[in-house]
Design a protein around this ligand. Structure first.
Ligand SMILES: [Zn+2]
Length: 141
């Protein structure tokens, strides 16, 4: 009945794939390590997983380290992708800050969805503040 999502990848942990996916969809040029780790912790609070995500992101050119800060590897094909955010009405609780929501924002990644988040937290995660337009200029209220 319930199909486990068990594609036999060699790394054996889809949290790493999800972490890389999240980093790829972040529209943020430059971050400190702690800012990145804070976001990766949405996927895993395991320091070993966090380290693997960071290492692989660097290997794949999604991130590059420069003078103590970390930059998106914008020059590498596939290193960046437009984030897609879906808005759904319902009783939700923000996965990041725990606030209760009447609308949930879901970050749609290739590896699956993340959410729900409130508007502030989805902006924080994606680095895209133009979602505020979508969120607050929606035609109906
Ligand atoms: Zn939140």
């Amino acid at each position: 009945m319930d199909k486990e999502n068990s594609r036999g990848s060699s790394s054996g942990d889809d949290r790493i794939d999800r972490g890389l996916d999240l980093l790829r969809h972040m529209q943020i040029d430059s971050l400190t390590l702690s800012e990145i780790v804070d976001r990766i912790e949405m996927i895993s609070s395991d320091p070993a997983i966090t380290r693997s995500i960071l290492e692989q992101a660097t290997t794949h050119g999604i991130l590059s380290r420069e003078n103590g800060s970390i930059r998106k590897g914008v020059h590498h094909p596939g290193a960046t992708a437009e984030p897609t955010v879906e808005q759904r009405t319902g009783e939700y609780q923000c996965r990041r800050c725990g606030s209760s929501l009447k609308k949930g924002y879901f970050l749609v990644l290739d590896s699956g969805e993340m959410g729900p988040f409130g508007p502030t937290c989805v902006t924080y995660l994606t680095g895209r503040d133009d979602y505020w337009d979508i969120i607050f200029l929606s035609p109906s209220h």
